[in-house]
Design a protein around this ligand. Structure first.
Ligand code: HPA
Length: 257
């Protein structure tokens, strides 16, 4: 059954879906990472593809920007199209001062100012948390966790001088899922950082709540594309290289969780 926003039938999507925000990124992942990818939906230019990776079926569908948008797509995938696990592969602004451009944040929790999830269970401050299995698998794929004491990309271990693209550190911690990209609220940001928040993006909290509501599993893995505490942004080529790293972590999490 096609849904209001996805013109695909059950079976067109794999149980595992990677979800970038940008439809062109979905196309790039389908063309350069998946094998035998077929276009399965294109309503509103929100492109979705199904192919395989390492012999396992995997789909990719863009979420658009913000919590209303990702909630629509995630709900329809989980509820009507047989999807079991969604990993958001996005970008985020670094909030904590130890973050660098190109670092990766595996979002182990998501604070939010969104009314969407505040109203899910009246009177309750909802905890927006990802799937533990996907989080643990993504962290392990990044060389983090009990068995891997060094919280850094293993490619750094040789000590050779490398391009920044391969030096990215992977962090696991809370993000802030904001309703507003353009917001002037330094005090709020300071408090969030004091409470351990690593980065700001605009979708994870709603994705986690939708997965809970629909009986699915979800995780957000974000590449740091800008910093809130210093003028900085990634050159386009480097941004794509680093973005690929998050894609690989997501695919590894699907394969091993
Ligand atoms: N704010 C919100 N979302 C973002 C940002 C940001 O600074 N950077 C990338 N996604």
């Amino acid at each position: 059954m096609a849904t209001p926003h996805i013109n695909a039938e059950p079976g067109d999507f794999a149980p595992d879906v990677l979800m970038p925000g940008d439809p062109r990124r979905a196309m790039r992942i389908a063309e350069s990472v998946l094998e035998d990818a077929q276009l399965v939906t294109e309503v509103r230019g929100i492109l979705g593809y199904t192919g395989t990776f390492g012999g396992r079926p995997v789909s990719v569908l863009a979420s658009g920007m913000g919590m209303p948008s990702i909630t629509i797509y995630a709900t329809e995938l989980f509820r009507f199209l047989g999807v079991k696990r969604i990993i958001r592969i996005g970008t985020a602004g670094g909030m904590a001062p130890h973050l660098e451009l190109g670092d990766v944040v595996i979002a182990s929790a998501a604070h939010t100012d969104s009314a969407m999830t505040a109203g899910r269970i009246p009177g309750i401050h909802y905890s927006h948390a990802p799937s533990f299995a996907l989080t643990a698998a993504a962290a392990a794929a990044a060389g983090l966790g009990a068995a891997a004491p060094k919280a850094e990309d293993p490619s750094h271990a040789s000590g050779r001088r490398r391009r920044r693209a391969t030096r990215a550190t992977v962090h696991v911690g809370p993000v802030f899922s904001s309703d507003a990209f353009y917001a002037d609220r330094p005090q709020t940001n300071d408090l969030l950082v004091k409470h351990g928040t690593l980065a700001v993006e605009m979708e994870a909290a709603a994705l986690y709540a939708t997965a809970d509501a629909e009986g699915g599993e979800a995780l957000a893995i974000c590449t740091i594309s800008d910093l809130l505490f210093r003028e900085a942004s990634l050159p386009a080529e480097e941004r794509e290289l680093l973005f690929d790293r998050s894609v690989q972590l997501g695919l590894a999490a699907f394969a091993t969780a």
